[in-house]
Design a protein around this ligand. Structure first.
Ligand code: NAP
Ligand code: ZN
Length: 346
C-alpha cells in the first residue's frame, strides 16, 4: 500500500486541506503512477460543491492526470517504470458489455468507474489526481507522446478528449462550419482541435475579451453573445455547435444558429435542466445531442493527434495552496485557460 499526499475537500462550502490517502497494492495489471501535474476541470468544481448530487466526502478531485510510472504489477504488458503516462476521467469499466467492447468504456452499461467519487471493484472509494500517487489498471492508462510536456498533457485527458470526441463523431472537417460556445478549458481545446481537423471555426464567447487568443488558437471568427445582433447575423450558419458552457444558457437562441441538419452538442454539464422549444429542431431537422468524454482508444488517438498537430492547452501552473482561489477564478470565467496543479507542492 502506498500512502499518497493529497488535497481533499470535506463539504460543499469547505476549503481544500492537506490529506493522506491510501493507494492499493498493485494487482496483476495495475500501474503505480507518481503524479506530476493535475488539471482543474470545471467538473471538479461542480462535484466538490455537491451540485451534481450527493458526494462521499472527503473528496480528492482531479481527472486530468499526468505523471511517471514508478511500479507495475507482475502481468502489466503495456507500461514500464519510467514511462510518461496520463489518466483521465475513468479508471475502470466492466470490459464486457456491448459499449465496452466497442471501445466506448465511458458508456459502460454497468457504469464506468470514475477516477474520483466512484467505488472501485475492490469496494473502495476512488480518489483523484490532486495527489502524489495513483494506482490504475493498465487498460485505463494513456501514453503521453514525447513532444507533449507533462504539465500541458494533463488537461488533454479531459478537456482534450471531451471536445475531440464529438468533433470527430459529428465530422468536423474541411467544408464544415463549427461554432464553439464558451472559451474556457474545454472551449479553447475545441477551437484548436476543430481548426486542426480543417473546419471553419467560430467562437461564441460572452465578451470579446479573449478574441485575440481565440484567433491565435485557430478560430476564423469570434463573436460576443452579449450582443443581440450576433444571433441575427449568424442565424442558420453552423453545421455543428459544441456548447462547453458550465451554466444554463438559452439553448433556443443557439439552436437558431444551426443550418439544415445541423447539430448542437452539449458537453457543458450545468446542474440545472435546459429548456428547449422543439419547434427549433423540427423546422430545420436539427439535432440536439450530448457527449461524455471519450473511450480509451479514442483518448490515445486524441493525444497522438495533438502531438502531431502541435496542439497543447494554454495553462497556468499553480501550487496546491492556490486550489480554492483557482476555483473562484474558474467560476468567474477568469482562467486562461486551464489551471494545472504542480503536485510537488501538495
Ligand atoms: P470553464 O473553463 O469554466 O469554461 C466554461 C466557459 O463557459 C467559461 O470560460 C465561459 O466562457 C463560459 N461561461 C461560463 N459561465 C457562463 C454563463 N453564465 N453564460 C454563458 N457562458 C458562460 O469550464 P470547463 O472546464 O471548460 O467545463 C465546461 C463544462 O463542461 C462544465 O460544465 C464541465 O462540468 C463540463 N464537462 C463535461 C464533460 C463531458 O464529458 N461532457 C467533460 C468535462 C467537462 P466565455 O468567457 O468565453 O464566455
Ligand atoms: Zn473534466
Amino acid at each position: 500500500m502506498v500512502t499518497a499526499k493529497a488535497r481533499a475537500v470535506d463539504g460543499p462550502d469547505k476549503p481544500f486541506r492537506v490529506a493522506e490517502i491510501k493507494r492499493r497494492d498493485l494487482d496483476l495489471h495495475d500501474v503505480l503512477i507518481e503524479i506530476k501535474y493535475a488539471g482543474i476541470c470545471h467538473s471538479d468544481i461542480h462535484t466538490a460543491h455537491g451540485e451534481w448530487g450527493p458526494v462521499n466526502y472527503p473528496l480528492v478531485p482531479g481527472h486530468e492526470i499526468a505523471g511517471i510510472v514508478t511500479d507495475v504489477g507482475t502481468e502489466v504488458s503495456k507500461y514500464k517504470v519510467g514511462d510518461r503516462v496520463g489518466v483521465g476521467c475513468m479508471v475502470d469499466s466492466c470490459g464486457e458489455c456491448e459499449n465496452c467492447r466497442k471501445g466506448e468504456e465511458q458508456y459502460c452499461l454497468k457504469g464506468n468507474i470514475q477516477t474520483y467519487g466512484g467505488v472501485d471493484k475492490y469496494g473502495e472509494p476512488t480518489q483523484g489526481g490532486y495527489s502524489t500517487h495513483i494506482v490504475v489498471q493498465e487498460n485505463f492508462v494513456l501514453k503521453i507522446p514525447d513532444n507533449i510536456e507533462l504539465d500541458k498533457a494533463a488537461p488533454l485527458l479531459c478537456a482534450g478528449i471531451t471536445t475531440y470526441s464529438p468533433l470527430n463523431h459529428w465530422g468536423a472537417a474541411s467544408g464544415k462550419k463549427v461554432a464553439v460556445v464558451g472559451m474556457g478549458g474545454l472551449g479553447h481545446m475545441a477551437v484548436q482541435i476543430a481548426h486542426a481537423m480543417g473546419a471553419e471555426v467560430t467562437v461564441l464567447s460572452q465578451t470579446l475579451k479573449k478574441k485575440e487568443d481565440g484567433l491565435q488558437l485557430g478560430a476564423d471568427h469570434y463573436y460576443a453573445t452579449s450582443e443581440p445582433q450576433t444571433f441575427e447575423k449568424l442565424a442558420g450558419c453552423f453545421d455543428l455547435i459544441i456548447n462547453t458552457v458550465s451554466a444554463k444558457i438559452n439553448l433556443n437562441a443557439y439552436l437558431g444558429l444551426l443550418n439544415l441538419d445541423g447539430t448542437l452538442v452539449n458537453v457543458g454539464a450545468p446542474a440545472e435542466p435546459l429548456s428547449l422549444n422543439v419547434f427549433n429542431l423540427i423546422g430545420h431537422r436539427r439535432s440536439f445531442a450530448g457527449s461524455m468524454i471519450g473511450g480509451i482508444r479514442e483518448t490515445q488517438e486524441m493525444l497522438n493527434f495533438c502531438a502531431q498537430h502541435g496542439i497543447v492547452p494554454k495553462i497556468e501552473v499553480i501550487s496546491a495552496e492556490q486550489i480554492d482561489e483557482a476555483y473562484e477564478r474558474v467560476l468567474a470565467s477568469d482562467v486562461k485557460y486551464r489551471f494545472v496543479i504542480d503536485t510537488n507542492t501538495i
